[in-house]
Design a protein around this ligand. Structure first.
Ligand SMILES: [Zn+2]
Length: 186
């Protein structure tokens, strides 16, 4: 009854439930990858799981590299890495709060050596609600319990657990219909 599949789904269900609840109490944001001009983030916040990618579109002044380190703060350096952390900010609307895949562009700006520069940030995201995940991951457990209950009921009323053949008066210990050994009623 407790095979590996059910155990895995139990672990997933517990993990998803914990993440769902803690997304309200302890919202988190993670930086997954950060390459020049592009970064991937994930967050668990207010019952929602979000993955998104931010990419700097042109124009970025020649010889500068913008590295995104948090969703709202980046580091601008020269291409050879010699300078410099500067101010960096975003303006414009937040990304659409809709479930599934979506994308938007936000204008942004930074200053380096007293010079202001503008750029456009492309964001693509996948937004999912946490609540279905514990339920979906629990389905194999519900299925296993239902199968166990059906089998138990069949054997209790004197039928084969596998094919429901009536075993009244059977002495061989094997179902004559499907050949399965008969479970003891103990
Ligand atoms: Zn049978």
């Amino acid at each position: 009854m407790f095979n590996g599949f059910v155990l895995v789904s139990l672990v997933l269900c517990l993990a998803a439930s914990t993440m769902w609840v803690s997304s309200y109490r302890l919202p988190k944001t993670w930086l997954i990858t950060s390459r020049p001009d592009r970064a991937m983030f994930a967050s668990s916040k207010n019952g929602e799981l979000r993955f998104w990618e931010q990419k700097i579109l042109q124009p970025v002044p020649l010889g500068l590299v913008v590295k995104l380190q948090t969703p709202d703060v980046g580091v601008v350096t020269s291409a050879d890495g010699s300078s410099a952390v500067t101010n960096y900010w975003m303006t414009g609307p937040l990304i659409a709060e809709q479930y599934g895949m979506s994308s938007d562009v936000r204008p942004g700006a930074f200053s380096i050596n007293g010079q202001h520069s503008q750029f456009v940030l492309l964001r693509r995201q996948l937004l999912l609600p946490w609540w279905p995940l514990p339920f979906v991951s629990a389905l194999p457990i519900v299925f296993a319990i239902a199968m166990w209950a059906v089998r138990r009921r069949r054997t209790k009323v004197g039928h084969c657990a596998a094919c429901y053949y009536n075993l009244t008066g059977n002495v061989s210990g094997v179902c004559p219909e499907c050949g399965k050994p008969i479970a003891s009623k103990a």
